[in-house]
Design a protein around this ligand. Structure first.
Ligand SMILES: [Zn+2]
Length: 344
């Protein structure tokens, strides 16, 4: 029991009354001779003025009255009761609403996941499809330059072979109206091995090693249509923007379009090291497979090429561009299923 002396004001007049104040830790009881006393309040309903040096302290009562005291030691005990109770009430609040707390956390995680899984790819696609041709051209030129510096050497194909590949590519482009200014770049690459890369503006780079790996034109056609689909679907740009998603969004919100060209500096690394996503490879395989089926050749040429690439790949473990995602076996099965469904 806490007990101390104080002065009571009833809140209606300025008259002071000497009182005794008691507390059992739950309630405060004010006893004295004034009219209306004794009064009892729950301690949690009362406000305690904060300590200020050695000055008197007050209990502010819920009915507008007030008790002052100079017994700071006794008042300190009231402080600790209220403080302890406040902590206890917070724990009690969380305990009684833990489902709400867990629900809020789960909601937050879901929002972050949805934004990452859908929001960023959606924004990346929008931006990739709205990029002006001159920006794509400049990104492509810089990317080719970086690849030339790091991976490629001048093509050493005999001119007849180089001309043959160029003709295949030209025929392919002549079959339909093409939106891009396509061009074929042949390179030798002992480091990259048999490989092909599609750059955003329509530059398709094919290595001598890949040309040599093909046993017939249809296999090269399959690869070229696949790369063309990467260009048309803006897969390279979309990978670039997805990989730099948050940074990109911040730049765009800040109205800094110039930074798109600066983040494009990472495109060579993405093309060479991480390759396209599983979904993008599938879209490109669908385009190539559909083309080959329409020609009446079936998907076999591309399947054979993928198989041979997979057998060569252990010699070039650093390169993801042609055959890492998804695994070759899955890609071949996909092409077989596609043929079965389209020729049924
Ligand atoms: Zn691909």
């Amino acid at each position: 029991m806490i007990e101390f002396k104080g002065t009571f004001f009833d809140g209606r007049s300025s008259k002071a009354h000497a009182v005794s104040i008691y507390s059992d830790g739950q309630r405060i009881r004010i006893a004295g001779n004034a009219d209306g006393l004794p009064l009892v309040f729950q301690i949690q309903e009362c406000r305690l003025t904060p300590p200020l040096g050695k000055t008197r302290r007050s209990i502010l009562l819920p009915d507008g009255g007030r008790c002052d005291t100079h017994d700071l030691q006794a008042f300190g005990k009231l402080d600790s009761i209220k403080g302890a109770n406040r902590t206890f009430r917070l724990v009690d609040f969380i305990e009684s609403r833990w489902r709400l707390v867990v629900g809020c956390l789960a909601g937050l995680i879901a929002c972050v996941w949805i934004f990452t899984a859908h929001g960023i790819p959606f924004a990346a696609k929008k931006i990739a499809f709205s990029l002006p041709p001159d920006v794509m051209e400049s990104v492509s030129q810089k990317t080719l330059q970086a690849l030339d510096d790091g991976f490629f050497e001048t093509s050493v194909l005999v001119p007849e072979k180089a001309n043959q590949v160029q003709q295949i590519f030209d025929q392919l482009l002549a079959e339909e109206d093409v939106e891009f200014h396509y061009r074929l770049e042949l390179r030798s690459s002992p480091r990259a091995g048999p490989n092909a890369f599609a750059l955003p503006a329509g530059i398709v780079v094919m290595t001598d090693e890949l040309v040599s790996l093909a046993k017939e034109d249809r296999e090269l056609i399959g690869i070229l249509v696949h790369e063309k689909a990467h260009v048309e679907n803006r897969h390279g740009l979309r990978m670039l923007f997805q990989n730099t998603g948050v940074f990109l969004l911040i730049s765009l919100l800040a109205g800094d379009v110039a930074s798109i060209t600066s983040i494009a500096a990472t495109l060579p690394t993405i093309l060479v090291e991480s390759g396209y996503s599983r979904q993008f490879e599938r879209e490109a395989d669908l385009a190539a497979g559909t083309y080959l089926i329409r020609k009446g050749w079936g998907t076999r040429p591309l399947q054979d090429m993928l198989q041979r690439l997979a057998e060569k790949k252990p010699g070039y473990p650093a390169l993801a561009a042609m055959s890492t995602h998804p695994e070759t076996g899955q890609r071949i099965r996909y092409l077989q299923d596609l043929e079965a469904s389209q020729t049924r």
